[in-house]
Design a protein around this ligand. Sequence first.
Ligand code: BGC
Length: 400
Amino acid sequence: MNVTADGLRFPDGFLWGASTAAHQIEGNNVNSDWWHMEHEAGTTIAEPSGDAADSYHRWREDMDLLAQLGFTDYRFSIEWARIEPAPGHFSTAEIAHYRRMVDGAIARGLRPMVTLHHFTVPRWFAEGGGWSADGAADLFERYVRATAPIIGTGVRHVCTINEPNMIAVAGAVRKLGAEAPPALGTPLPDKATTDALIQAHHRARVAVKAISADIQVGWSIANQVYQALPGAEAATAAYAHPREDIFIEAARDDDWIGVQSYTRTRIGPDGPIPAPDGVERTLIGWEFYPQAVGHALRHTAEIIGDVPLIVTENGIATDDDTRRIDYTTGALREVAAALEDGLDIHGYLHWSALDNYEWGSYKPTFGLIAVDPDTFERTPKPSAAWLGDLGRTRVLPRAV
Ligand code: BGC
């Protein structure tokens, strides 16, 4: 971290970009478990993903915009349900589609970070018992090997699995069904799912390295920023371990770890407590708390030691774009402070490039770029120009 007369300069090579996930932007992901759940009789999902932002066809526009705005990195996911629509059947055409995306990013000066699995799985995988079924890690490893033509050249960073801790929580909620606990805090992740995901990640790491030893492999963890109230330190540590730390520990031999944070969760002696009265809340109900990413980075570094950190998601659901700029300014100050304290942080990828399907609803808008739901026309918001400009200068002005 360089301190200049103008402000704080991010290190050379620092990743500066935005993130997306296939199911949330592509549209018509019809072979996935999520598509099926969205259309099941009696579903509790408020609205289906439908055409999403039609990025399956419009990825070139998305990448053009990001590159023009000043970003140098783009994290996107490839869709297992498209690549392997039936067990053991791999689609050459879909593999070619994602390879075109990798080439398209590179041609525009965007370094692709490719996520292999971002929440959605093929419907056949879910119906076979999903992550808690025997052999789940074998099936994932087979899929990862099949992605060689996509990631084999030109891809520097591969994220094996996005937020395994949230996948394990979803596994527990599914098993509990109607007995699922109320929303406050995070349900206890399913143990079988946790173990399978860690195994799948380790197997995928080996498989990716066999595809190319140059690829830097990691995974990204949802960091809930558990903050202990006075006297609740031990309770907080016990609460955090199965929900977060166990997944961070599993990345100790990785090339990097993805830190994803949005808000905080305060923990008292009896568990999570609500956000303080009167705090500003985002469109998703979370406390407006830009400091979260600083805590998340420091907590992750404490557990993982020397493994480089990348902020792979951070952002805010709001329809007031000035608050997005305020939030992100606060978050970047936290990243800068952590860099100054010597943390080895290699990048910041904002969530999200586009307004997208927020797992059941289009209402919480996280995007730097607005998308018209009927015409799919993209309109960058002021925050996109602002964050892209910072990407050009790499200098965060001092707080005044
Ligand atoms: C996920 C994204 C999601 C975002 C905001 C993360 O948990 O990786 O898919 O849209 O947070 O909720």
